[in-house]
Design a protein around this ligand. Structure first.
Ligand code: SAH
Length: 370
């Protein structure tokens, strides 16, 4: 599913593709670097800002490319310092980008760990039973330019927020591809966007600080295992047996654990780095002791890190998070099995930061007024 905009976003161009387009126009090759520098380093918000480009070239660029395919419609800041950006695309689709600031003990906000969470699709086709993003199915894939534009919106917001003239994207610790959508179902746009994000002529963000999260599309995990790009991988496991995964994640029917686990192993062996297994704790679904024991076995076998996430309830869905005591009991079993494990402290609950929920609410509000 693709959306063909009137003009392609400039943020989807690589140095090579832009150089080629300019060459066809009879422009010298160095112009491509100049233009990308305006966008990513100097944060130009209009073509006219690009003062060292000839006027005729600026006019051609304006006719040919869309400078900002995503506009900010709502920025919500929660009490626990999660920023949620609701962005509108050219076809009025809504996507979410989230900034999470986790304060370190004893130091101010300026020293908090900062993570950006980006989306790769409008809606999602995976239909995980607990997730708000998939409730209305997949609307469409994002283009590479739309994925990159989310990070520019974060830059604009940070530039305005901090006193410094321009804050660096590098001041963020991590970028996680864990927003709306299944990133590996939009593989080509994802890889192109990550390339632009990582490139020195682009946003210059280190590949090792970028994590792609998947619900378990095995053929794409294997494809990624063969690409030496250096990005990290997280797997949304959420069940340590097929029985539990089948119940909450339809993807498990096509790619059950006997296929998923070897694919994860191939990725971590080829890349020589630890994969993260994400496990949302949902009451009476996957929080029993036998799940913790089986999860320990899988994690040890794969030398994987386990990230436990207490479930964020979604309006209209029946699932709940387990009590703190049950969460802690689950963690202890993994710790006793010497598995590397973290229990994520919740961020952004008060502004519907869980996957897809702000968009869902806005779509519902729009439907109510139209
Ligand atoms: N499709 C990808 C990435 C997007 S979802 C994936 O499945 O990994 C990002 C993470 O948020 C996934 O682990 C997903 O299972 C989790 N998630 C979805 N809804 C949630 C909720 N209500 N509470 C907690 N985590 C949730």
């Amino acid at each position: 599913m693709k959306f063909e905009p009137e003009k392609p976003p400039l943020t989807g161009e690589t140095l090579d593709s832009l150089t080629l387009r300019l060459k066809e126009q009879g422009e010298p090759a160095f112009r491509a670097r100049q233009i990308l520098e305006w966008i990513y380093k100097k944060r130009a918000r209009s073509w006219d800002d690009m003062s060292n480009l000839p006027k005729s070239l600026r006019a051609w660029l304006a006719d040919t490319f869309d400078l900002s395919p995503a506009t900010l419609v709502l920025g919500k800041q929660s009490l626990d310092i999660t920023d949620k950006l609701l962005l509108e695309l050219r076809d009025q689709s809504l996507i979410e980008t989230v900034i999470i600031r986790a304060p370190q003990d004893g130091v101010g906000l300026e020293h908090s760990r900062k993570t950006i969470c980006i989306s790769t699709q409008v809606g999602c086709a995976m239909a995980c039973a607990f997730c708000a993003s998939g409730l209305a199915g997949l609307k469409r894939d994002l283009s590479a330019g739309e994925i990159v534009a989310q990070l520019l919106q974060v830059c604009y917001r940070e530039d305005a927020r901090t006193q410094r003239a321009r804050s660096e994207l590098a001041s963020f610790d991590n970028i996680v591809v864990m927003g709306m959508g299944e990133p590996l179902a939009n593989y080509d746009a994802l890889i192109r966007a990550l390339t632009i994000l990582n490139a020195e002529w682009g946003l210059g963000f280190g590949a090792r600080r970028i994590t792609v999260s998947t619900s378990g599309l095995v053929p794409k995990i294997l494809k990624l295992a063969d690409v030496p790009l250096g990005f990290r991988l997280a797997i949304s496991l959420h069940g340590a047996t097929d029985e539990v995964r089948d119940r909450i994640m339809p993807v498990n029917k096509a790619y059950p654990l006997e296929k998923l686990i070897p694919a994860i192993r191939a990725f971590s062996e080829n890349h020589g780095r630890m994969v993260t297994l994400e496990f949302i704790l949902i009451e009476d679904v996957n929080d029993a002791l036998d799940q913790a024991v089986k999860l320990s076995e899988i994690a040890r076998d794969l030398h994987a890190h386990v990230n436990l996430i207490p479930y964020n309830s979604v309006e209209g869905l029946p699932w709940k998070r387990p009590s703190l005591a049950r969460q802690e009991r689950f963690v202890r079993i993994l710790e006793e099995a010497r598995v590397s494990v973290t229990l994520r402290r919740e961020k952004g609950h008060d502004i519907d930061a869980a996957c897809g929920q702000l968009r869902l609410k806005t779509e519902r509000d729009r439907a109510a007024v139209s």
